[in-house]
Design a binder for this molecule. Structure first.
Ligand code: KG4
Length: 347
């Protein structure tokens, strides 16, 4: 292990992320991020959600240019790469297969080790991305991370780079999914989170109340909240066909508040149980301005330290994959060519 750590401290890692609808490539050299290229797939917007087959095809088109661009921006050649890290899962299986196949082919052709990365762990390890010229303010172990994305909502106790305990998670919809469905019902774009976030800023969050989920322990549920939102729209639209256009901002603000209240309630219970003093956010929904503000004020109030990632590292990106890959290399945790991608949520 020590030998591996020594020989990989200066490693140049190419990271590849292709779990959903963003094709991303990044270069981390000596632990420092040199480039992070994201090709966002716009083809899904007209369908109001990600179409898996279209995502796989777009990854195939985007992956080579994204890798070329990441190397160019990092001023590196393919021959400088000392390891290839890729997202093995969870995610859309066809999308994952494009990234995995490319990563394996490249690793074989360059005769360098392959490193598999768990997408959810990578979101958490985004807190350890080191930008050129600065170490930044990073959490120390153990800390709690609220991981909220389009496919997952989890409260994770992070004991070390690769030592995670899931304290609670959603039993149905993810928080991001709830935002996406709320936006869709209002006629907003996909993905819906940024739309709801923006609209909510001009709305009254106390205007509408929704059924609060009652799930025992630290688990979440967002499907009841979503149904309660849809029922409200259905009932009000019967009375006034212009209800949405009159109240879109208030609806967004009230729905957003309900989601954040749920997230923060369980998160604060987890903090109490674990006794940790540092709390972090990760995943696409951690870009939400009201959630970031809620975490900051909760931590200020309780004398805790809050960690929110830069917005550019909240949604899917390869910088977090290359960074996770770097720490795996230091620990000598390499992958085999025979490993297969996995769609299901595992940590
Ligand atoms: O982490 P991510 O890029 O992809 C997954 O791995 O799922 O997260 C995407 C999710 C989407 O559901 C999107 O609506 C949500 O993150 N999201 C937001 C915001 N920005 C992105 N949700 C709420 N507020 C935002 N500002």
């Amino acid at each position: 292990m020590e030998k591996a750590a020594q020989s990989y401290e200066k490693a140049c890692i190419l990271g590849i992320e292709s779990s959903c609808d963003d094709t991303s490539a990044a270069v981390v050299s000596g632990g420092v991020l040199l480039s992070n290229v994201i090709a966002t797939q716009t083809v899904h917007a007209r369908y109001g959600g990600v179409i898996p087959e279209l995502a796989s095809r777009a990854h195939q088109q985007n992956i080579v240019p994204a890798v070329h661009e990441a190397l160019r921006q990092a001023s590196k050649a393919a021959s400088d790469i000392t390891a290839v890290a890729y997202t093995r899962g969870p995610g859309l299986i066809g999308s994952l297969m494009v990234g995995a196949s490319f990563a394996k082919g490249l690793a074989v052709s360059l005769s360098v080790p392959l490193v598999e990365v768990n997408h959810l762990q990578a979101h958490i390890l985004a807190h350890f991305i080191t930008a050129p010229g600065g170490d930044g303010h990073k959490p120390s172990f153990p800390f709690i991370c609220l991981l909220v994305s389009g496919g997952n909502s989890q409260i994770v106790l992070v004991r070390d780079y690769f030592d995670f305990e899931i304290m609670g998670q959603t039993i149905d919809d993810a928080a991001g999914e709830a935002f996406d469905k709320c936006a869709k019902a209002l006629g907003g774009p996909y993905p819906g989170g940024p739309y709801v976030d923006k609209m909510a800023r001009g709305g009254d969050s106390s205007m509408f109340r929704f059924a609060k989920p009652s799930v025992p322990g630290l688990d979440y549920s967002f499907s009841g909240l979503k149904t309660s939102f849809l029922y409200l729209l259905r009932d009000e639209l019967k009375k006034d066909p212009d209800f949405i256009s009159k109240h879109d901002k208030d609806l967004c603000a009230s729905f957003q508040k309900a989601v954040i209240d749920c997230l923060m309630q369980k998160l604060s219970a987890a903090v109490k149980i674990s006794g940790v003093r540092q709390v972090a956010l990760a995943g696409g929904v951690s870009a939400n301005s009201a959630l970031r503000a809620a975490l900051s004020s909760y931590c200020d109030e309780h004398g805790l330290e809050a960690f929110v990632p830069p917005v550019s590292y909240t949604t899917d990106n390869a910088a977090m994959v290359a960074t996770a890959g770097y720490f795996k290399c230091l620990s000598g945790l390499f992958d085999e060519l025979g490993s297969t991608p996995y769609a299901k949520t595992v940590m």
